[in-house]
Design a protein around this ligand. Structure first.
Ligand code: ATP
Length: 230
């Protein structure tokens, strides 16, 4: 894919090495990416190929050893830790394989709590939380706690929590890995709707061939490098 003016995130010559000296391991070996905004993107690759490492760099949870990342026109890699935290909190949403919900809180409270942590004023929190739960089709179940929800409903709660502040970019590390294939496809339907109706960009990692069929573009990582894109 050629870089375009509407790329939400670009990475060039990204390298990530863990450790030093003889025990140093270079996990990413020069990754270049240009992700157009408003698309659903999958990163695939064998276990250990570097998918999670790359997601952690794109979401500014981690810093590359070398290379540059630009997010929405700003050089993410040039920001201070505090600035990067702010960009992530305000403009990105993160979803993980394990839904990481707070067990004692209902679905609604889980979403509302994150908005509170993000500093959203109390007046707007209720509406934003309900709207996000509605977007993932969970409004009728929002007063249930995680243990009363199915795996798919828990993941939808996690998605609602990640989108309640209306991020431009959603990054999801293996969001369907814990789910059966039918439930995984329901999650993909939610992602597709977020891209189509809210114009969000979603980058997800996956091993599932059925999911590659649904996304707009697939990047394949092999041994720390992008070896194919379609
Ligand atoms: N903090 C770290 N220190 C040392 N090695 C690491 C660290 N994080 C990741 N690695 C190594 O980097 C390689 C890539 O890991 P990564 O988690 O990015 O792969 P992945 O493609 O996401 O794999 P999976 O599909 O199993 O989740 C692995 O060999 C892993 O052991």
């Amino acid at each position: 894919m050629q870089p375009s003016a509407h790329d939400i995130i670009r990475a060039s010559a990204l390298k990530r090495t863990f450790g030093r000296g003889l025990s140093a391991v270079t996990v990413l070996k020069g990754v270049d990416l240009s992700i157009p905004s408003g698309r659903l993107i999958a990163l695939k690759g064998r276990s250990g190929s570097g998918k999670t490492t790359l997601i952690n760099l794109l979401s500014a949870l981690d810093r590359p050893t070398e290379g540059m990342i630009t997010f929405d026109g700003r050089e993410l890699t040039a920001l201070t830790n505090q600035e990067r935290d702010m960009v992530r909190r305000k403009e990105m949403g993160l979803i993980f394989q394990s839904f990481a919900l707070i067990p004692l809180m209902s679905a609604y409270e889980n979403v509302e709590f994150i908005l509170r942590v993000a500093g959203v004023p109390s007046g707007g929190r209720k509406e934003a939380a309900i709207q996000a739960l509605e977007q993932v089709g969970l409004k009728s179940r929002m007063h249930h706690r995680p243990f009363e929800l199915s795996g798919g409903e828990q993941q939808r709660t996690a998605i609602a929590r990640a989108i309640a502040h209306k991020p431009k970019l959603l990054l999801a590390d293996e969001p369907t890995a814990e789910l059966d294939s039918r439930t995984g496809l329901q999650i993909m339907k939610v992602f597709r709707e977020l891209v189509e109706t809210a114009g969000m960009t979603i980058i997800m990692t996956t091993h599932d061939p059925a999911i590659m069929e649904i996304v707009d573009h697939v990047y394949e990582l092999e041994d720390g490098q992008i070896v194919a894109q379609a």
